[in-house]
Design a protein. Structure first.
Length: 94
């Protein structure tokens, strides 16, 4: 369980992420912000983030993540996101 996850999922357009006919993840995109990302298969997190990022609009991409979700933060670091300002229990990623 990730604190406050259900409240952030209320924002934006919701998507299922598919790869080769399999549903591998889901998420919500609100303008330039990935509000929620969830991988349904181990090892598919990067594919989920990149697919959802392609649906975002704007010159700058932001991603919200719970500070307690260390595995997700490591993935976002590997994908080149930078840690931004803290927002409630979430931090913004540039």
């Amino acid at each position: 369980a990730v604190p406050a996850a259900s409240s952030v999922c209320e924002r934006g357009e919701k998507y299922f992420v598919r790869l080769g006919g399999r549903r591998i993840g889901l998420g919500a995109v609100d303008g330039e912000t990935l509000c929620a990302v969830a991988s349904l298969e181990r090892g598919c997190g990067a594919d989920c983030v990149l697919a959802l990022a392609a649906r975002a609009s704007g010159a700058r991409l932001r991603l919200l993540c719970a500070a307690e979700n260390r595995a997700a933060m490591r993935l976002y670091d590997r994908l080149g996101f930078d840690v931004g300002e803290a927002v409630e229990r979430w931090y913004a990623v540039k």
